[in-house]
Design a protein around this ligand. Structure first.
Ligand SMILES: [Zn+2]
Length: 143
């Protein structure tokens, strides 16, 4: 999914959250979390690429499919379940804002990246990635 798509959708979700909560802080956290969730791509690039970092290398490593392992620690439904439970238990508006921003991001990735990258429908479950040992050949579907 393109970064610009995440920026526009995060802005829309943050605006809706602001209309509901009247909290600029919540809206800002929602907006930021909807974009910053992708920082886990940088972690993976650092851990697994073996390449020198540059913006061009970073994006081409993913888009050209040079990756062989991928962790994506923040892109997992299990993590969302944990954050949701914590948000409910703690009555945390901050966690609620993080959930809105990151949930919409993950759903867009689930829908938009499936065909583009031939991802398994289970790709965004950490348990699935663990079972696949984070290996490319097990995380992608063959057409
Ligand atoms: Zn993403």
């Amino acid at each position: 999914m393109r970064v610009s798509t995440h920026i526009y959708t995060s802005a829309a979700v943050a605006t809706a959250l602001y209309a509901y909560s009247h909290s600029i802080g919540e809206a800002a956290i929602c907006f930021a979390s909807g974009i910053l969730i992708d920082l886990d791509h940088a972690i993976d690039f650092h851990l697994f690429s073996g390449e020198k970092f540059s913006v061009a290398n970073f994006f081409s490593w993913y888009h050209e499919g040079r990756w062989q392992k991928i962790l994506l620690i923040f892109h997992s439904y299990e993590l969302f379940g944990f954050v949701y439970a914590a948000a409910c238990y703690l009555h945390s508006e901050l966690l609620r804002a993080v959930l809105w921003g990151t949930s919409v991001h993950l759903l867009l990735d689930q829908i938009g990246n499936k065909k583009t990258y031939q991802l398994s429908p289970w790709f965004y479950f950490m348990g699935y990635r663990i079972a696949a040992r984070f290996r490319r050949e097990k995380l992608l579907i063959r057409l």
